[in-house]
Design a protein around this ligand. Sequence first.
Ligand code: C5P
Length: 285
Amino acid sequence: MCPAKLTLTAPAKINLWLRILNKRPDGFHALETRMCPISVADVVTVERREDDVVSLSCSDESLPTDESNLALKALRLFENKTKLHHGWNIHLEKHIPHGAGLGGGSSDAASVLNALNQICGSPLSLTDLGELAGQLGSDVPFFLYQQTCDATGRGEIVTPVSFPWQLSLVLIKPGFGVPTPWAYQRWAASEELLGVRYTAQPCEWGEMINDLERPVFQKFLLLPTLKSWLLEQPETVAALMSGSGSTMYAVAKSPADAETLAEKARILCGESTWVRVAQTLIPEE
Ligand code: C5P
């Protein structure tokens, strides 16, 4: 029997590296990135209704709940592909900030696809779901897997990888967000700021680097300042921007060091700044 209602966690992601190879003729950028799901997550509830009404609600009232929301776009693509039309209640309990480079909206959309497919008796394969996810956004296919993946193409070609490290993280999201199209558009013409570390940070799990730091740091000067500050702290192993920002994160030496670093970041940035301790998720055996 398929459930009529499912509640799924929709984790955020960080990019451990993001290298841009070139701008493609279609306007997207070819990239190589590794994304890890992390313990900060939204909660997505999808419930089948007896009537044919579709209703989307969201704990964050500043987010649109009309057809422009990726969660509803996911439903429409699913309906179109399966020809299954029902009434649905979809609720998004938001914990992932938006405009943050953490993939919140994309993760919600992937969870909606997964939930609809399970409730409807799995009419679509993972390959079908990946195709729909790719139409929703470049990083949506990654979120179907809920494990660390390497991604190529524009980010939609994903390969799960073994990633046994449970990294202790501190995430800092300033009050402003960064629009992703703007960050990519500025990449080619952007220049490095003096005194900021952009080069790869060698770690046990690979070389951490984000090519989008160059365009984003040029306009949002708080971010390179935060990165330099994080790198100076004794608790920090590495520090990077996630995706197109504005979240800066540090990998800390231990869970206790992550707590210490987060406390220092709250004092530095003020209580109104979003600061969280998190871990990378390791898939269950
Ligand atoms: O695919 P997604 O909707 O997340 O992309 C948002 C925008 O970011 C795209 O319209 C494009 O301008 C830019 N982008 C890009 N190259 C990528 C991913 C996104 O240029 N690989």
